[in-house]
Design a protein around this ligand. Structure first.
Ligand code: SAM
Length: 460
């Protein structure tokens, strides 16, 4: 029987301090941790099972502390993905691995498990890898945070990160994440997991072939349509070229990360010896963009085939010269490798001047246009020279778009002037010698807004 006013509970052979938990004979009651915080009543349920806490739930945050078989039984029959908050070293030593579960013919979808150490989330370095805020998931609490977490103390970083409805730094209200279950790093967890055949260790240093890491975020759907085109380009017969893929308005760099990981893994699984290689470059005018992208790409092992460029895409003169610089200088490729822009895409970034500049690009290369020149003040007032893009270049766009030409736009965000007309891209690109490969409307997952999925290929 569990009994304590301020008790050290045992989870397996680990001691976890549970403050002010009164566990009566029926093992269930509401707890008010202190009177000033009357609102923070939490309901604890404990079970008398060789002194382990089986389930603790918080009414306020609506999560349960669970054991691994409870997690496997699912929440509403769905096994939730896990964000393992322990360090890389702890994760490598032992982590939950679902390979045997997947191989044992289970009908359930195999949940994704990702390792995002808590310091990398607090620093913002990897916070863009958390699931979207409408997705329910589980967190695995590292040992050193357990006591603080169970006490729900104000300075508990995990509580602040996942459950606070007001940001401590900006003081703005925000939507907490939907953490539904909690796993605690303790001996019982690993004993249970090992009995179920779900424990694996890993030496990331010794991993030779590239394998993409699991992800809980989803790239924009347009990237999954571009990917087969890029894969095909890498195995084209005229080998040994470098293809530049440019993400216009790349933000946090997740779409680039998706493409780079998938392409790198694809090349590792092919028998082929020699490939055209691809380099994905994110362009953004926000100084913070590179700061967020680079750690993401590094952590996910694609920093060798990605780069970020700080550039204002409104300044077309600079766009042209920077792209020439990029294809000639950014890559420290051996001299015999030829690099060329093979794809440009824009995701939720609309700049009509830039679209027209891309659509009007030329294939003609004049001698002086290959050299990037510094731009003089007088140049800025004359129209920029055309952009040079080879035949076969792909342009893709995913953006808010009206379902029909002339339809009204009934959403506050983005404003109507920042929404594409239904035929706008098709008319622009077809009239300038591009072949439209895809021109579909889909709905965004959050608000039901219509998005265009547009892909065109330069044919003249
Ligand atoms: C809505 S976000 C889209 C980000 C990214 N494509 C995504 O889907 O997550 C628009 C991005 O475009 C960038 N941006 C806006 N104006 C820009 C400009 N003139 N030049 C370069 N980037 C710009 C912003 O900094 C922002 O990162």
């Amino acid at each position: 029987m569990l009994s304590a006013e301020s008790a050290k509970q045992t989870i397996g052979s680990d001691e976890v301090l549970i403050i002010d938990v009164d566990v009566p004979d029926d093992l269930q009651m509401d707890v008010s941790r202190n009177k000033e915080r009357e609102k923070c009543k939490r309901k604890f349920t404990a079970m008398e099972d060789d002194d382990r806490i089986i389930s603790v739930s918080s009414e306020e945050q609506r999560y349960h502390i669970v054991r691994i078989h409870e997690w496997l039984n699912g929440d509403d029959n769905q096994i939730l993905p896990i964000v393992d908050l322990r360090s890389y070293e702890e994760f490598d030593r032992q982590h939950i691995d679902m390979t045997s579960y997947a191989n044992s013919g289970n009908n359930n979808t195999v949940p994704t498990i990702v390792n995002l150490p808590i310091p990398t989330l607090l620093s913002g370095e990897r916070s863009c890898e958390l699931p979207p805020r409408h997705v329910e998931f589980v967190i695995l609490i590292p040992r050193q945070y357990t006591q603080q977490f169970l006490e729900c103390s104000d300075d508990c970083e995990i509580h602040q990160l996942f459950f606070a409805s007001v940001s401590k730094t900006t003081l703005q209200s925000r939507k907490p994440w939907l953490v539904r279950q909690i796993l605690i790093d303790c001996n019982t967890l690993w004993k249970d997991a090992s009995e179920l055949g779900l424990v694996k260790s890993w030496n990331r240093e010794c991993t030779t072939s590239f394998q993409r890491l699991p992800r809980l975020w989803k790239p924009d759907p347009i990237t999954t349509n571009i990917l087969p085109i890029l894969k095909e380009w890498t195995i084209k017969e005229d080998q040994n070229r470098i293809g530049l893929v440019l993400d216009l308005g790349s933000g946090a760099g997740r779409d680039i990360c998706y493409l780079a990981e998938e392409l790198k893994e694809y090349q590792c699984t092919q028998q082929q010896q020699s490939f055209n290689s691809i380099h994905v470059v994110g362009i953004d005018n926000h100084k913070g963009s590179a700061k967020r992208c680079v750690p993401l790409w590094k952590n996910r092992g694609v920093d060798d085939i990605t780069d970020s460029l700080l550039l204002d895409l409104n300044k077309l003169h600079q766009v042209r010269s920077t792209l020439i610089d990029t294809s000639m200088l950014l890559l420290s490729q051996p001299m015999q490798q030829q690099s060329e822009i093979i794809c440009l895409y824009a995701i939720r970034f609309l700049n009509r001047k830039l679209l027209s500049y891309i659509a009007n690009s030329t294939i003609h290369i004049e001698t002086d246009s290959i050299e990037s020149k510094s731009i003089s003040k007088s140049d800025i007032h004359s129209p920029p020279q055309p952009l040079i893009l080879p035949i076969g270049t792909i342009f893709a766009m995913s953006h808010f778009c009206k379902p029909k030409d002339g339809a009204t736009w009934n959403f506050d965000h983005p404003k109507e002037s920042s929404v594409l007309e239904r035929s706008e891209l098709k008319n622009l690109f077809e009239s300038k010698g591009w072949q439209v490969l895809r021109d579909d409307i889909i709905l965004d997952g959050d608000h039901g807004r219509t998005l265009i999925q547009f892909i065109a290929k330069k044919i003249a």
